[in-house]
Design a protein around this ligand. Structure first.
Ligand code: ATP
Ligand code: MG
Ligand code: FE
Length: 342
C-alpha cells in the first residue's frame, strides 16, 4: 500500500510517503531556527509554523514521489505523544486528507514510528528487537516483539531526556541550539573523553537497570564549568564536551546491551535525534559486537522527526491487518507507548 504520513509532534512538519518498506518521499520543514533564541521549543510558535508549512510540505512530498493524491491508499499521523497544539495540526490535516480521499486513517504512536522507520533503510525488523530511543523529548528502552502490535517499555528517563541534556550542556558551554551536533563536533575536534570523570547516573547495583537519569550529569558539568570560570581559568570546551558525551553514551549503550542480554534479544535498534551522535554509533557497534548483538541505526535524516517514519508504521499496520482509527481520533499529548495506534 502507498501510505501518506504526517508528523507534527514537536518542531518538525514532516510529510512522508512510502510503499510498504520502500521510501518514496520524505519532506520536512522545521521551525528550529525560530526557537533557537529561546534555547528550547516554544509550543505556540511550533503550532503556527506547522499550520503554515503543512500544505506546501504535502505538495513537496507528492512531487518528490511523482504521485497524485489519488494514488494514496491510507493516511497515517502521529497522534501522540508530543506537544498538544502541535499534534492537533497534523491530526486535523491527516483527517482532512483521509476524509477527502475516502481512505483509512491510522493515528500512530510517535515512538513506535521512530522504531519502524529503520525498515525503510534496513528492511523488516527482526522480531523481537530491542529499541533504544533517544531524542530531545525521550530516552526509552523498548522491547519490540512486533512493532505493529506489541511494544513494551522496559525503562525510560526519570528526569531529562538524553537530547535535552546535550542541549542544556551545549548552552552552558556557549555552543548553539540544538546542542547535540555542536557537542558531537567539539568532541571530535580534539576533545578528550577521559579528561573529566563525570557521573554515570543510575548505574549503581541498586538502581533501576533500565531507567535513565541525566539531570545529575548536566548539573555536574555546569558546576565544573562554573568552578573553572570562578577561578579565572579557560574552559576546555572540547574536553568538557567529549567527557560529557562519553558519560551519556556509556550509560546508554551499557543499559541497552544489558536489556538485550536479559531478554535474549540479538538486534538493537537505535533511533531518535541523539542516534545521530557519532560516538554513540561507534560505541554501540563496538560493545554490541563483543556480545553478539547486531546494531541497526537509520541514517541521521531518518533518526530525527520526519513524516516517513509515520508512513512506515502506517504501512506496517496495513500489512498486519490492524484496524484503522476512527475519523474522530484525538491527539493525545501523553499517549502511552503500549498503544501503537490511537
Ligand atoms: P521528540 O523527542 O518528540 O522526538 P525532538 O525534536 O526533541 O522530539 P529529535 O528531532 O528526534 O527530537 O531530536 C532532537 C535532539 O537530538 C536534540 O536534543 C539534539 O540536540 C539531538 N541531537 C541531534 N544530533 C545530535 C548529535 N549528533 N549528538 C547528540 N545529540 C544530537
Ligand atoms: Mg526535533
Ligand atoms: Fe521524535
Amino acid at each position: 500500500p502507498i501510505v501518506l504520513g504526517f508528523e507534527t509532534s514537536c518542531d518538525e512538519t514532516g510529510v512522508g510517503i512510502v510503499r510498504g518498506t520502500e521510501l518514496l518521499a520524505d519532506a520536512v520543514a522545521t521551525s528550529v531556527n525560530e526557537h533557537a533564541r529561546f534555547g528550547g521549543v516554544v509550543p505556540e510558535v511550533a503550532s503556527r509554523a506547522h499550520l503554515e508549512a503543512m500544505v506546501p510540505t504535502v505538495h513537496r512530498a507528492l512531487e518528490t514521489a511523482g504521485l497524485k493524491l489519488g494514488d494514496i491508499d491510507a493516511v497515517a499521523v502521529t497522534a501522540g505523544p508530543g506537544l498538544a497544539g502541535a499534534l492537533l495540526v497534523g491530526v486535523a490535516a491527516a483527517k482532512a486528507y483521509a476524509l477527502a480521499l475516502g481512505k483509512p486513517i491510522f493515528g500512530v504512536n510517535h515512538l513506535a514510528a521512530h522504531v519502524c522507520v529503520d525498515q525503510l533503510e534496513h528492511g523488516k525488523l527482526p522480531q523481537p528487537a530491542m529499541a533504544l530511543l533517544v531524542s530531545g523529548g525521550h530516552s526509552s528502552l523498548l522491547l519490540v516483539p512486533d512493532v505493529a502490535t506489541d511494544v513494551r517499555p522496559l525503562g525510560g528517563t526519570i528526569d531529562d531526556a538524553a537530547g535535552e541534556a546535550f542541549d542544556k550542556v551545549a548552552r552552558v558551554l556557549g555552543l548553539g541550539f540544538p546542542g547535540g551536533p555542536h557537542i558531537d563536533r567539539a568532541a571530535r575536534e580534539g576533545g578528550d573523553p577521559d579528561a573529566i570523570a563525570f557521573p554515570r547516573g543510575l548505574t549503581g547495583p541498586r538502581d533501576a537497570p533500565f531507567d535513565f537519569s541525566f539531570s545529575g550529569l548536566k548539573t555536574a558539568v555546569a558546576r565544573w564549568v562554573e568552578a573553572k570560570q570562578r577561578a579565572g581559568e579557560p574552559v576546555p570546551v572540547a574536553d568538557v564536551a567529549a567527557s560529557f558525551q562519553e558519560a551519556v553514551v556509556d550509560v546508554l549503550t551499557r543499559k541497552a546491551l544489558r536489556a538485550c542480554k536479559e531478554n535474549g534479544v540479538d538486534h538493537l535498534l537505535i533511533g531518535g535525534g541523539v542516534a545521530a551522535n557519532s560516538r554513540l554509533r561507534t560505541m554501540a557497534v563496538e560493545r554490541a559486537e563483543a556480545v553478539g548483538v547486531r546494531v541497526r541505526v537509520p541514517r541521521p535524516g531518518l533518526c530525527t522527526d520526519n513524516g516517513a517514519m509515520v508512513a512506515a508504521l502506517g504501512a506496517e499496520l496495513v500489512a498486519a491487518g490492524v484496524e484503522p482509527s476512527r475519523l474522530d481520533l484525538p491527539a493525545d499529548s501523553s499517549m502511552l507507548i503500549t498503544d501503537v495506534t490511537a
